[in-house]
Design a protein around this ligand. Structure first.
Ligand SMILES: [Fe+2]
Length: 372
C-alpha cells in the first residue's frame, strides 16, 4: 500500500496532469506532502489492522479420523477464531510426509497414536519443545515426553482378554502368565513388529531388564496358538471363537465391540472377559494418543494454543471418547459407558518417553525369539 502511494505521489509530482489541479484543493495538500503523510499513515493503519484481524489457519496432520473429532475441532475454532485445516493419513505415512516436506512443510501439529510412533517422529527431529504452564499443570508428568517435545492427551491400556469357557481368570492376571507353559498353544497376539507390542516390550525392558524381558518373549512365542496375523480385533475374535483362549489387545478394540450398535457384534464377544494385568506390581501398560508442535510450524503460537485446548475438560472428553480412550487430565469427564463399564485399574506410570527409548532393543528381542 505504502509503495503504491509513493508511486502515485511520484507520478503526481512529475506528470502532465498536475496543471489541471494546480489551483485546486487537492493540489494544495498534495504539494505540501501533508496529504501524503496523512494518507500513508491512514492506509498503513488500515493495512496493519487488517493483518491483525487475519487469524492463522492451523495445519493439523492427524491420523485420527473419528466422527467425534469434528466437534473437537469446531470447538477450538469457536473458542479462538483460529481455523483448522486437517491433513489426515495413516500414522507412519503421515510422519514420513512431514519428514519429506522438510523445512517447507506447512504442518503445525502432528497428532497420532502410540508413544512409539511419537518417539520415532521425535528421533527424526520433527518436534520442537513447547513451553506452556497450562500443559505442565494440566497433564500428569508421565504424559509429557522429556523436553516437552510431545504430549499424551488420552490413554489406552494393553490388556488380556480371555475366553471364560477355556481358562480361569486366576490364570491370566499378569503379563507374566502369557509366557507360562500352562497357556501352551492358547495365546493369540499380533506381530512383534507392530508398534503396540514394541511399546509394551519397551515397558517390560524398563521394568525387568533385557534378559528377563527376552525370556518372557521366548515364553510367549512358545505359547502361540497360531503364528501372528491380523490386528488386535482379530486376536479378540479368535479368543471369542475358541481358536485361542487368551488374547492381548488395546482396550478400545474391545470396547468398540462391547458398545457396538449391532447386537450380533456384541454377541460375538459374550464368551470373553477382560483383565487389567499386573495390578499387584507395576500396573497395566498404558499407551497414548498424543501430539506435538512441528519444528518448522509456521504458526507456533496458535499450535501451542491448540495443545492447550486439548487439555481443557471439554476437549479431553471429546478427544478421549473419539476412540474409546481415557482422558489424561484428572477430573475431566468421561462420557463413555462402554469404557466406564471396565472399571478402575492401576496403570503403569512410566513416562511416555521411556516407551520409545527401548523400541530398537524390543525389536531385536522379538527377532531373536522368532516373534514375527
Ligand atoms: Fe489401533
Amino acid at each position: 500500500m505504502i509503495m503504491i502511494l509513493i508511486r502515485i505521489k511520484a507520478a503526481w509530482t512529475y506528470s502532465h496532469l498536475q496543471p489541471l489541479f494546480i489551483k485546486g484543493f487537492f493540489h494544495k495538500y498534495m504539494k505540501s506532502n501533508i496529504f501524503f503523510s496523512m494518507a500513508t499513515l491512514l492506509l498503513a493503519t488500515v493495512t496493519t489492522t487488517a493483518s491483525h484481524a487475519q487469524t492463522p489457519t492451523l495445519n493439523l496432520y492427524s491420523s485420527r479420523h473419528y466422527q467425534t473429532d469434528d466437534a473437537l475441532y469446531s470447538g477450538f475454532t469457536k473458542a479462538t477464531g483460529i481455523a483448522l485445516r486437517r491433513i489426515e493419513a495413516a500414522e507412519d505415512p503421515l510422519i514420513e510426509r512431514i519428514r519429506n516436506e522438510g523445512a517447507a512443510s506447512p504442518a503445525d501439529l502432528l497428532v497420532t497414536v502410540d508413544a512409539g510412533r511419537l518417539w520415532r517422529a521425535e528421533q527424526m527431529g520433527l518436534f520442537q519443545p513447547v513451553t506452556s504452564k497450562l500443559l505442565e499443570s494440566r497433564l500428569p508428568a508421565h504424559m509429557r515426553a522429556p523436553g516437552n517435545l510431545w504430549f499424551g492427551f488420552s490413554t489406552r491400556a494393553r490388556v488380556i482378554v480371555y475366553n471364560k469357557n477355556m481358562v480361569n481368570a486366576t490364570a491370566v492376571q499378569n503379563y507374566e502368565d502369557l509366557a507360562d507353559p500352562k497357556l501352551k498353544g492358547k495365546v493369540c497376539i499380533r506381530s512383534g513388529g507392530h508398534v503396540y507390542n514394541l511399546s509394551l516390550m519397551s515397558a517390560l525392558i524398563e521394568h525387568w531388564g533385557e534378559a528377563r524381558a527376552q525370556a518372557w518373549a521366548q515364553g510367549v512365542v512358545a505359547n502361540f496358538a497360531r503364528s501372528p496375523r491380523g490386528g488386535d480385533t482379530d486376536q479378540i475374535l479368535a479368543a471369542a471363537s475358541g481358536e485361542c483362549a487368551v488374547a492381548l489387545a488395546n482396550t478400545y478394540y474391545y470396547v468398540r465391540l462391547l458398545s457396538s450398535s449391532k447386537p450380533e457384534e456384541r454377541k460375538r464377544i459374550e464368551s470373553l472377559a477382560l483383565v487389567f494385568p499386573n495390578q499387584k506390581s507395576f500396573g497395566t501398560h498404558l499407551n497414548v494418543s498424543g501430539a506435538g508442535v512441528v519444528r518448522t510450524a509456521p504458526n507456533k503460537d496458535a499450535a501451542i494454543r491448540f495443545l492447550e485446548y486439548l487439555a481443557s475438560d471439554a476437549a479431553q472428553s471429546y478427544f478421549a471418547s473419539g476412540n474409546n480412550e481415557w482422558p489424561v487430565v484428572a477430573g475431566a469427564p468421561l462420557n463413555n459407558q462402554g469404557l466406564e463399564s471396565l472399571g478402575q485399574f492401576k496403570a503403569d506410570t512410566l513416562n511416555v518417553g521411556v516407551l520409545g527409548k527401548h523400541q530398537a532393543l524390543a525389536q531385536k528381542i522379538f527377532d531373536r525369539v522368532g516373534w514375527r
